[in-house]
Design a protein around this ligand. Structure first.
Ligand code: NDP
Length: 310
């Protein structure tokens, strides 16, 4: 069985090739750019494949996304149709996202940016905030990551809401469904966490209209995908005070260009797409296991639905 691997950085590609080769004895794992017999390739393991890369492999049984999102695969305009896409998810990824969301929500909840500013000014400025049950936090997207994040926030005592496409029942979380309940979900939200997949329906959702529906002075955390956010609308909402603070882990262009205003904005925290970056060794084991399962059974638990876009 032959596996072709592609990541934008060549040294990273080789690292993944070596690791997957160790985990898949008897299989042939090679960088996609070194494939000499495209017809022999059964599986492609990719992060942000270049348009046309996958169309060169006519006998693909499945494409593996190195990550939970599949938007970077669907962005390939020449993507071969009908080839199943396998996501890479697992408890490692979920745990990392729990940690990131808890960290950033607590940071906004306790107004740490203002507290750190006071320290810089040697100002004994005691900030008293509501206790967590008196703070309303919303999580957009209740999949693997959003559910874990919402449960973590509920466990910390926050009044926690969640929003998804289909109805959900999650202990301690008030759930809202679909566009018809979106305004009720947003109304009164003081901290908003985005964990939606990037699809035609969710692109640009974090815009002026959404910001205007949150509580005045709300904080927003985008740890899903950069194009969920309309950047200019966030800057305007920060200027007007409708949004107080933002934490952004993902961006339209990554790495974030050095002249992007987000870097210097006093009310924006930038992290470099690390909210839940897959640990390569763990990710490799998950991918190898998924490939073996798929090869043996023709399916696996982490199959995405390309039709719905996630
Ligand atoms: P899942 O596919 O498991 O869950 C997606 C959730 O979003 C589901 O609850 C789904 O609803 C909901 N949803 C999708 N479309 C809509 C819509 N139009 N309206 C309302 N709800 C919608 O995704 P994961 O939890 O695994 O991951 C979420 C995203 O997080 C990934 O797509 C990726 O972009 C991002 N991510 C970011 C990382 C980082 O380090 N910053 C790391 C990993 C992922 P339903 O349940 O009804 O289908």
């Amino acid at each position: 069985m032959t596996v072709a691997v592609y990541l934008p950085l060549a040294d990273k590609t080789q690292w993944w090739v070596d690791m997957l080769q160790d985990l898949l004895p008897g299989w042939t794992v090679q960088p996609l750019d070194e494939v000499t017999d495209p017809e022999a390739v059964s599986y492609a393991v990719v992060w942000r494949p270049r348009t046309g890369d996958l169309a060169k492999l006519p006998n693909l049984k499945a494409i593996v996304s190195i990550g939970a999102g599949i938007d970077h695969v669907l962005a390939d305009e020449a993507l071969p149709q009908g080839v199943p896409i396998i996501r890479t998810v697992g408890t490692d990824l979920t745990q990392r996202m729990r940690e990131y969301v808890a960290l950033q929500v607590l940071r906004h909840h306790r107004d740490m940016p203002r507290q750190l500013q006071a320290q810089a000014e040697k100002d004994w400025h005691a900030i008293v905030v509501p206790v967590a049950p008196n703070r309303t936090v919303g999580v957009m997207g209740l999949g693997n990551l959003g559910t874990a994040a919402a449960q973590t926030l509920a466990g910390l005592g926050f009044t926690t809401r969640g929003w998804s496409k289909s109805p959900k029942s999650i202990g301690g979380v008030e759930t809202f469904t679909g566009p018809e309940q979106f305004d009720d979900f947003l109304s009164g939200c003081e901290i908003l966490v985005n964990l939606l997949p990037l699809t035609d329906q969710t692109r640009g959702l974090m815009n002026a209209e959404l910001f205007g529906k949150l509580a005045k002075g709300a904080c927003v955390i985008n740890c899903a995908r950069g194009p969920h956010l309309v950047d200019e609308d966030l800057l305007s909402a920060l200027d007007s005070g409708q949004i107080k603070q933002a934490t952004l882990d993902v961006f339209h262009q990554e790495p974030l260009p050095t002249d992007n205003p987000f870097w210097d904005h006093p009310a924006i925290t930038v992290t470099p797409h690390v909210a839940s970056q897959i640990d390569a060794a763990t990710g490799g084991r998950i991918i190898a296991a998924n490939l073996k399962t798929y090869e043996e059974t023709g399916t696996c638990a982490d199959l995405a639905d390309a039709g719905r876009g996630y």
